[in-house]
Design a protein around this ligand. Structure first.
Ligand code: GRF
Length: 208
């Protein structure tokens, strides 16, 4: 049984997709051990509570330094003894110690086809604003392992989504969530839970 901790900052629609996937059997062999947010007002925490999932809020605002916050965040994660950490819209920089400790055991969902529109400053609506500004015809989402960089770890799954005439950033964001994020994140967790993802150097191989 793969024990996962899901880290969130906002609405938690990706968390909801994971909760639903475990419930309806799309995600097998997996238990959501806990949810951690940096934002005590994150609706994602309400979703956890409604589904009986233990949750914690660890906010940088509550600590006098980033170093102390980093320590407390890692302590909170370790407390759940996860096999896999899932970053689902978590907007805080992951402490280097945590990235090192959970190498190839921490994944992130990014709302673009990496290496496009990713890296520092590309998060949330900014990703979709940049895509519309560039005039790309295809966008999508990526699930990747987290390494010491920003959105630079080995790619696990990607799914493309068409841009439509007249799309606003908000409309495009929602389509990417519905047609890509909420599909590939649960699928990536199920593949990992069943030992079907292998990492070789900077690439992954999926054994169906
Ligand atoms: C999603 O768009 C995800 O791609 C990005 O942050 C957003 C989180 O949304 N990393 P939600 O909190 O899962 O609804």
């Amino acid at each position: 049984m793969l024990k996962i901790v899901v880290m969130v900052s906002g609405g938690g629609t990706n968390l909801q997709a994971i909760i639903d996937g475990v419930k309806d059997g799309k995600i097998t062999n997996t238990q959501i051990a806990g949810v951690i947010s940096n934002n005590r007002n994150a609706y994602a925490l309400k979703r956890a509570e409604e589904n009986g999932i233990p949750s914690l809020c660890v906010s940088p605002k509550d600590y006098e330094s980033r170093e102390i916050f980093n320590e407390k965040l890692l302590e909170a994660v370790d407390g759940f003894e996860p096999d896999l950490i899932v970053l689902a819209g978590f907007l805080v920089v992951i402490p280097p110690e945590m990235t090192a400790k959970y190498k190839n055991r921490m994944i992130n969902i990014h709302p673009s086809l990496i290496p496009s529109f990713c890296g520092k400053g590309f998060y949330g609506l900014k990703v979709h604003e940049a895509a519309l500004e560039r005039g790309v015809k295809v966008v999508g989402a990526t699930v990747h392992f987290v390494d010491e960089g920003t959105d630079t770890g080995p790619i696990i799954l990607q799914k493309a989504v068409e841009v439509q005439q007249g799309d606003t950033p908000e409309v495009l964001q929602r389509r990417v969530m519905e047609q890509a994020e909420w599909i590939i994140l649960p699928r990536a967790i199920d593949l990992i839970a069943n030992g079907k993802v292998r990492v070789e150097a900077h690439r992954t191989w999926i054994e169906e």
